[in-house]
Write a protein that binds this ligand. Structure first.
Ligand SMILES: [Fe+2]
Ligand SMILES: [Fe+2]
Length: 314
């Protein structure tokens, strides 16, 4: 389980990453850059990213890591240097924003922003993936309680009560205005997405909000439960044997009513031990969009013991 102090730091990072994406969107725009939005984002990166988040690290978290045995010249030292670099960039970019918004965009304006974004993304990656896990191994439960309390204090002193929520509401609104959440699949072709879903050792199918089957993977591959193109567009009730239709209806009704998110079953089937699970698919507002079914032969997993850390021979 993630400790409270750690999810506090990581949520800050997610908020900062969201601001970076919004800045990138401004720079990539074909129409005129919205300099007011850019200023708001760089103000956030200074006020929240530096005066609040970086101070949690520099004033409390890093010193505690040093106390618990990390060398000052190691990763903590590197992180402090990067914070200084980030500050220099933010100050420079904020000063260039005035000129830029009056139509006189400095020659290195874009490259400064891109360098700042690269630096900050790398910094966040190093902390999330290297430094924080390192810290988790050496900090005590008492340290964690101490960090939680100190982080709250810094938040309150730097920006007042509820700063995280205020900024997260602001960034959500800006995200919506600039095209919504990042769509990671948008850069992949349908072919790659299909192949990716087919590469998994599971069978997936999707039933939409009107109970109609819309998708299944491994179209031409071997499957535990046979499916063919004729099921597409049929209602899920028409695709199940009569004796189990009442169960299907119950699951879907409960999912639609928001009373259920998951339903699981496991059965012996043709020398396999088949795990069948249903997951409600919802949008960010929690509205039901359909149900995904996953069928998996879990027999091979039941025999697993101990650990396996080495690669199989090809
Ligand atoms: Fe940092
Ligand atoms: Fe950080």
């Amino acid at each position: 389980m993630t400790s409270l102090y750690l999810s506090n730091l990581m949520s800050d990072h997610s908020l900062i990453e969201k601001a970076l994406v919004l800045i990138e969107r401004q720079l990539q725009k074909k129409t005129k850059i919205n300099f007011t939005a850019l200023r708001t984002l760089f103000d956030f990166l200074w006020d929240y990213g530096d005066l609040c988040h970086n101070m949690k690290e520099e004033k409390v978290y890093f010193p505690l890591l040093l106390e618990r045995g990390l060398p000052p010249s190691g990763p903590v030292g590197v992180m402090i240097l990067e914070h200084e670099e980030e500050r220099k960039f933010i100050n420079l970019i904020k000063s260039q924003l005035d000129e830029a918004s009056s139509g006189n965009i400095p020659a290195d304006f874009h490259s400064n922003i891109n360098s700042y974004i690269d630096l900050t993304k790398n910094h966040i990656w190093k902390e999330n993936d290297i430094l924080y896990p390192m810290g988790k191994r050496i900090l005590t439960p008492d340290d964690e309680i101490f960090l939680n309390a100190e982080f709250r204090k810094i938040e309150k002193e730097s920006l007042g009560e509820g700063a995280y929520l205020r900024y997260s509401t602001l960034l959500d609104a800006m995200e919506k205005e600039s095209g919504g959440k990042v769509d990671l699949l948008a850069s992949l072709s349908t072919e790659v997405i299909n192949n990716m879903l087919d590469a998994l050792p599971i069978e997936l199918s999707f039933v939409d909000a009107d109970d109609r089957v819309r998708y299944y993977n491994k179209m031409d591959g071997e499957k535990i439960f046979t499916r063919s193109l004729s099921v597409i567009g049929r209602t899920v009730q028409q695709c199940h044997p009569q004796k189990s239709v009442h169960l299907v209806n119950q699951i879907i009704e409960e999912m639609k009513a928001g009373k259920r998110d998951v339903a699981t079953f496991w059965i012996n089937f043709e020398n396999k031990y088949v795990h069948i699970s249903y997951y409600a698919v919802r949008n960010s507002a929690g509205e039901y969009q359909g149900c995904v079914e996953m069928v998996h032969d879990i027999k091979p997993y039941r025999e697993i013991e101990g650990e396996k850390r080495l690669l199989d021979e090809n």
